[in-house]
Design a protein around this ligand. Structure first.
Ligand code: S0N
Length: 279
């Protein structure tokens, strides 16, 4: 894959790479020797990188991908899976307590008010495929392969991995994916609605950057509200809480809301009657 954009790397990470260019942040899971399986450290770093990208007002679109062309991500690192979760190197692990911290990352991707594109070359498997499903859009190379392995390796994701997948591909197909643990090629994934488009591997980054550029030319607030609205339907009260918070943010930006603030600061009655009671 040739680079089509002048990525600038920043931050100190062991398991990921964080790069930005032209309003796009690219976050790469960098454990190719394990098909980019994640361990607790990977997830801590991903959470940090997504948080930086969220707070960076120069960034409008985020790309999540994996290092190399063999895998986007193969899910939780089964080689460090302990009795009750994944074992890190930190104080929690030293007490013999495992983690399931990919769930926090899934929520973070859903809640982040900027579009997240998953760029998939090679394997998108297990918890890696759940991350792919959580992203707003997915661009796949023609060598991509998708699937869930949970019932084969003794795990399952009953959260977004099940019902968001079902919302994406339909109930019957989601059951097939989980019950049979088959693998699907990129074109099959596109036909079932799990992938937006499939391109030759050599064009993967070029195509993904093109999609990002098209979104960067759109209204950031409109994109934020559309993402929030789409996710609110499946995230229930938590989704509505975020959407309502966005409505409050927009209200704060109005003269009407600012009149209330100013009146309080000026120790006078607010003059709300100058604002229309909209039909
Ligand atoms: C992807 C597969 C099919 C590729 O097969 P291929 O091409 O034959 O390559 P391999 O030789 O198998 O792999 C190359 C090297 O990479 C290592 N490796 C691959 N995947 C993993 C992995 N997930 N963990 C650790 N190592 C991995 C291989 O071992 C090999 O290295 P060497 O030669 O040195 O051994 C094939 O690799 C495959 O099937 N991989 C496993 C896929 C899998 O089962 N993933 C885990 C599924 N479960 C989860 O992801 C957990 C879900 C989860 O995270 C979660 C869900 C809900 C709530 C909480 C959680 C949570 O756990 O946090």
């Amino acid at each position: 894959m040739s680079s089509v954009i002048d990525w600038q790397r920043s931050g100190e990470y062991s398991d990921i790479i964080y790069e930005t260019a032209e309003g796009i942040a690219k976050i790469t899971i960098n454990r190719p020797e394990r098909h980019n399986a994640f361990r607790p450290q990977t997830l801590f770093e991903l959470e940090r990188a997504f948080s930086i990208a969220r707070d960076d007002s120069d960034v409008g679109v985020i790309i999540l991908t994996g290092a190399g062309d063999q895998a986007f991500c193969s899910g939780g690192d089964q080689k460090i899976r302990g009795e009750d979760g994944y074992m890190g190197d930190d104080a929690v692990a030293k007490q013999g307590i495992g983690r399931l911290n990919v769930l926090d990352l899934q929520v973070q991707i859903r809640r982040l008010p900027k579009p997240v594109i998953c760029m998939v070359a090679g394997w998108s498997i297990g918890g890696g495929n759940v991350l792919q499903v959580c992203c707003d859009l997915t661009i796949a190379a023609d060598n991509a392969r998708f699937g869930q392995t949970g019932p084969q390796v003794g795990s399952f994701d009953g959260g977004y991995g099940s019902w968001l997948l079902a919302e994406t591909v339909g109930l019957k197909k989601a059951r097939e994916i989980w019950y049979l643990c088959r693998q699907y090629d990129a074109e099959e994934a596109r036909q079932m609605g799990m992938v937006n488009t499939v391109v030759p591997l050599a064009d993967l980054e070029k195509e993904t950057v093109q999609w990002a550029r098209e979104m960067l030319a759109k209204s950031p607030l409109a994109l934020r509200m559309v993402k929030g609205a789409i996710n609110a339907v499946s995230d229930g009260a938590a989704g509505m809480q975020q959407f309502a918070g966005d409505a409050t943010m927009l209200y704060y930006m109005s003269e009407e809301a600012q009149e209330g603030r100013d009146a309080f600061k000026d120790k006078r009655s607010p003059e709300f009657d100058k604002f229309p009671r909209r039909p």
